[in-house]
Write a protein that binds this ligand. Sequence first.
Ligand SMILES: [Cu+2]
Length: 136
Amino acid sequence: MALWLHSLLEVAVRYWRFSRVMVMAALLGMAFSSLGGVAQADFTATISDSASNPYAWVYVPRAIEVTTGDTVTWVNTGVAPHSVTGANFDSGNLDPGQRFQWTFNQAGTYAIYCSLHPWMVESVVVSDNAASAPSE
Ligand SMILES: [Cu+2]
């Protein structure tokens, strides 16, 4: 085989391999953007009863903003049992150090309260994750 033909083939093979990698990268990028392009964010809230006045016990923060598919974890950092209770879920009593997780798949505003101390309230605002995703 002529030397010039051999080197021409070598260049062609290299280019083909490179373009195959580029096509894979493009396909992966499309796959990720169709999933929303943004990693699901997890959110952690705490339940605090450090105040001597029980009426000052709180969820921290008092308002949480997430998008659909996000998981919120509540950790009881206090010394008394508490709950994370919503319209469609209930953690039951969480002893100090215990945690509860809930994944919000439906957009909306969720009112959270403690079934043991109902004045402890928190709101979770869930916006639609698809609304912020790039159109296809
Ligand atoms: Cu409580």
